[in-house]
Design a protein around this ligand. Structure first.
Ligand code: CO8
Length: 255
C-alpha cells in the first residue's frame, strides 16, 4: 500500500510513524485508518522492532477526527466510523512492544484518543490537549470516554469532556494524562532515548510485561494476579535465566 498520510521509518529497532497531513492539522480521516491498519499488520510480527514512536508533522500531533469527512455522515455511518477507529486503536495498543506517543502540538479530540491508545505519552512543552467534541455537539468516538477516566480519574475526565477546556502540557502531566514534558526541540530525542532504554531490556520480558499489565487491567484484581503468576515462570530457563546469571556474573546480559 502506498502511504499518503503516514510516513513510517525505522531507526535500528525503533519504528517511527509521522502523521503527515499538516494542511488539516493531521486530522484523522478514513484513509488514515486504512493506512494505520495496514502498517500495524506489517509490523505486528516483526521481532526486530522493540518500540514504536508516533508523532505528528507541523504544529499538531492530531487536531481530531476529520470534521469535513464527518459533517455529512448519517448516524449509522458515524457509528461505523467510530467502530472502525476503535478497532484500529485497539490493535495499536495491543502491539507486542511499547507504543510511545511523542506529542508535538495539538492533541485534540480523536488526536488525544490516539495518544491515549498508546502505552505512554511524552509531550513537548507547547503541546495542547483537549476533548472538544461537545463544542461540536458530539461525543468522543475512539474510546475517549473510557480511556480518559482510566488514565486520569473520573472527575478530571468529566471536567475535560464536559467543559472542552484545552489544557497545556504541565496540566496534562499533573493529571497523569502524560508521563513527561520536554522542550519542543528535545521531544523526539527523548522518545528515542526511552525506546533505547526499552530495547536494552529482555525482549520477551518487555513483551510479556506489557501484555500482562494491559490484560490484567481489564480483569478483576484477583484474576490479574493469577495472570501474572501464570506468566511469571515463562522466562525461567531462557531469557530470565540469562538476565539473572548476567547479574550474578557482573556482566551485561546477552539476549
Ligand atoms: N478536522 C478537519 N480539519 C481540521 C481539523 C479537524 N479536526 N482541525 C483543523 N482542521 C483544518 C482547518 O479546517 C484548517 O483548514 P483550512 O486551512 O482549509 O481552513 C486547517 O486545519 C488549519 O486549522 P486552523 O486554521 O483552524 O488552525 P488554527 O491554528 O487557527 O487553530 C485549532 C488550531 C485550535 C486546533 C483548530 O484547528 C481547531 O479547533 N480544530 C478542531 C479541533 C476539534 O474540534 N477537534 C475535535 C474533532 S471531533 C473528534 O475528534 C471526534 C473524535 C471521535 C470521532 C469518532 C468517529 C465518528
Amino acid at each position: 500500500m502506498e502511504y499518503t498520510i503516514l510516513r513510517p521509518s525505522l531507526e535500528g529497532s525503533t519504528a517511527f510513524i509521522t502523521i503527515s497531513r499538516p494542511q488539516a492539522l493531521n486530522a484523522l480521516n478514513s484513509r488514515f485508518f486504512e493506512e494505520m491498519d495496514h502498517y500495524i499488520s506489517g509490523i505486528v510480527a516483526d521481532d526486530s522492532i522493540r518500540a514504536l514512536i508516533i508523532t505528528g508533522e507541523g504544529k499538531a500531533f492530531v487536531a481530531g477526527a476529520d470534521i469535513a469527512e464527518m459533517v455529512n455522515m448519517s448516524p449509522d455511518e458515524a457509528r461505523d466510523f467510530s467502530k472502525r477507529g476503535q478497532a484500529v486503536f485497539n490493535r495499536l495498543g495491543q502491539l507486542p512492544f511499547p507504543v510511545i506517543a511523542a506529542i508535538n502540538g495539538f492533541a485534540l479530540g480523536g488526536g488525544m484518543e490516539l495518544a491515549m491508545a498508546c502505552d505512554f505519552r511524552i509531550a513537548s512543552s507547547n503541546a495542547k490537549f483537549g476533548q472538544p467534541e461537545v463544542n461540536l455537539g458530539l461525543i468522543p468516538g475512539y474510546a475517549g470516554t473510557q480511556r480518559l477516566p482510566r488514565l486520569t480519574n473520573l472527575a478530571d475526565a468529566l471536567y475535560l469532556l464536559t467543559t472542552a477546556e484545552v489544557i497545556d502540557a504541565p496540566t496534562a502531566l499533573q493529571m497523569r494524562l502524560i508521563q513527561k514534558v520536554t522542550a519542543p526541540e528535545n521531544l523526539l530525542d527523548e522518545a528515542r532515548r526511552l525506546a533505547g532504554l526499552i530495547a536494552a531490556k529482555g525482549p520477551l520480558a518487555v513483551k510479556m510485561v506489557k501484555e500482562v499489565t494491559r490484560k490484567g487491567f481489564e480483569m478483576s484484581y484477583t484474576e490479574g494476579e493469577r495472570l501474572e503468576c501464570d506468566h511469571f515462570g515463562d522466562p525461567f530457563g531462557n531469557e530470565g535465566a540469562e538476565g539473572m546469571r548476567a547479574f550474578l556474573e557482573k556482566r551485561k546480559p546477552e539476549w
